[in-house]
Write a protein that binds this ligand. Structure first.
Ligand SMILES: Nc1ncnc2c1ncn2[C@@H]1O[C@H](COP(=O)(O)OP(=O)(O)O)[C@@H](O)[C@H]1O
Ligand SMILES: [Mg+2]
Length: 327
């Protein structure tokens, strides 16, 4: 009898999961003709805070195994870009695609702008609005709006799932002070991925061993050094088995003697094939570990190249100036 109930519950649950998946497929799937091999595709990404334009059309494809270092002056939008990628900020326009599924899509703003321009033009010149053309744009706008709102609505429910795939490590570690190291690491796998406690703990211990901090499992974060905290934060992100890890200046808050131990962990991850996007001022890491280096300035990608070429033969004037200051 009891077994029956369990079986029934399991059946309902899997069928619900399937419906959710189908729902997602229907709403978020990128059309056949625009599918790609990229893990993440970012297209024409814009972000405004009120009138402040922070991202001004970012285009970038990240492939599995890429280690992308992003460098650029303070305030140019690096953190905002990473935050858009893992859903901590909502972009103003453009597309973010993860594994051929829309995570964010807003192209309708361009059509809206086009309609506004047509109206203004007609007002300015006194010529009547070309109604056929205007209505065609409007129709396209309405269709897009429906599609894009459905994606946004779906993503509201799927944001945790998205963050499981796109992990993030912050400058300030963001560990929970009232939880032990082990609890910090097992919390999300148990809550969000429904991993059993024993399994979550075993996995956490394995990862802690890897970064040389197994003996710290039961202490609280306040007893750790900055370098240790950041290694724990990396382990916490890894425990969710993300597809890609974002690092936002992971060593900037550290005393100089602790930078090395964190970079070492990151280097090992890179060598194991982890896909990583790293905003950093550590030019050594960018040169030696990254597979691609990107220079961001004024909310756009000004230059991208393989590390060797990037550092020895920069082309953009702003990049040359930037490198002359940091190298
Ligand atoms: N939530 C926010 N509200 C308003 N302005 C913001 C917000 N977040 C960032 N900004 C502004 O956006 C710009 C880019 O910030 P940020 O992405 O943090 O740059 P970076 O990481 O390259 O130093 C800055 O001018 C910053 O003040
Ligand atoms: Mg920043």
């Amino acid at each position: 009898m009891k077994d029956n109930k369990v079986a029934q519950a399991l059946k309902t649950w899997t069928s619900r999961l399937r419906t959710k998946k189908e729902e997602r497929n229907a709403v978020c799937h990128v059309p056949e003709e625009t599918r790609s091999d990229a893990l993440i595709s970012v297209r024409n990404l814009y972000k405004k805070f009120g009138k402040l334009e922070v991202l001004n059309g970012i285009n970038l494809d990240i492939n599995k195994g890429d280690v992308v270092a992003i460098i650029g002056p303070s305030g140019c939008g690096k953190s905002t870009f990473l935050r858009c990628l893992n859903g901590l900020e909502t972009p103003s326009a453009g597309e973010i695609i993860l594994e051929n599924e829309y995570v964010f899509k807003n192209e309708r703003v361009y059509l809206k702008r086009k309609m506004r321009a047509m109206k203004e033009e007609s007002k300015k010149t006194g010529k009547p609005l070309p109604m056929d053309e205007f209505n065609a744009v409007n129709e396209e706008y309405l269709a897009l709006r429906k599609e894009e709102k459905a994606i946004a609505k779906y993503m509201e429910t799927a944001i945790n799932l998205h963050r499981q795939k796109v992990g993030m490590v912050f400058q300030q570690f963001n560990l929970f002070p009232h939880l032990t190291v082990l609890q910090n690491i097992t919390l999300a796998p148990m809550k969000l991925k429904k991993v059993g406690e024993e399994e979550a703990k075993a996995k956490a211990m394995e990862l802690l061993k890897k970064v040389g901090l197994a003996e710290k499992a039961n202490v609280y974060p306040s007893t750790l050094s900055g370098g240790q905290k950041q290694r724990i934060a990396i382990v916490r992100a890894l425990a969710m088995e993300p597809e890609v890890l974002l690092f936002d200046e992971p060593t900037s808050a550290l005393d100089p003697e602790m930078v090395g131990e964190v970079l070492k962990v990151m280097t090992e991850l890179a060598q194991e094939g982890m896909t990583m996007i790293v905003v950093t001022h550590e030019m050594g890491f960018a040169k030696e570990v990254a597979t691609r280096v990107i220079f961001m300035s004024d909310g756009v990608i000004k230059e991208e190249n393989a590390p060797q070429e990037f550092f020895t033969n920069p082309k953009d004037e702003r990049l040359k100036e930037f490198l002359s200051k940091v190298l």
